[in-house]
Write a protein that binds this ligand. Structure first.
Ligand SMILES: [Zn+2]
Length: 144
């Protein structure tokens, strides 16, 4: 059984913008950050300048528990560019605080991925300047 691994080395990646810079800084510090509107309390992700619900510009950053479940996924065997090592599993994760995040699953065999699988964030520094939030199956509770 082969477990999926994080990518290594330079990857095609969009530069952080003003809106997303705090998110990427959070990843580098081991925090999964998201925004919540101070006017209507809506959670929003990915990072934006104005609330998607009420258009308020008063958004506050919060730190997620980093826990969630797999909403959907695919397993890639033929990469879009040679920069990506295969196989890898892009996945949409339902994060506990009420937003979805497109990430990649690691430390799980492709055949063991299922909808609803409990996962937790795992930050991986793929280069000196880029830390990505991957998700891995959440360890089962220890029973004493
Ligand atoms: Zn709002």
């Amino acid at each position: 059984m082969t477990l999926l691994e994080p990518q290594h080395g330079p990857l095609p990646h969009a530069a952080p913008t003003g809106a997303s810079a705090p998110f990427w800084a959070g990843c580098a510090e081991g925090e999964l950050r998201f925004q919540r509107c101070r006017d209507c309390a809506a959670v929003t992700f990915p990072p934006v300048e104005t609330c998607r619900e009420c258009l308020s510009g008063d958004l506050a950053w919060e730190v997620s528990s980093g826990r969630g479940t797999v909403y959907s996924w695919t397993v890639v065997h033929r990469p879009a560019t040679p920069a990506f090592a295969v196989p890898y599993a892009p996945a949409i994760v339902d994060v506990a605080e009420g937003f979805q995040l497109l990430s990649n699953l690691v430390d799980v065999a492709p055949e063991d991925i299922r909808a609803g699988l409990p996962v937790a964030v795992r930050f991986v520094a793929v280069t000196d300047s880029l830390t990505l939030p991957y998700f891995a199956p959440e360890a089962p509770e220890e029973t004493p």
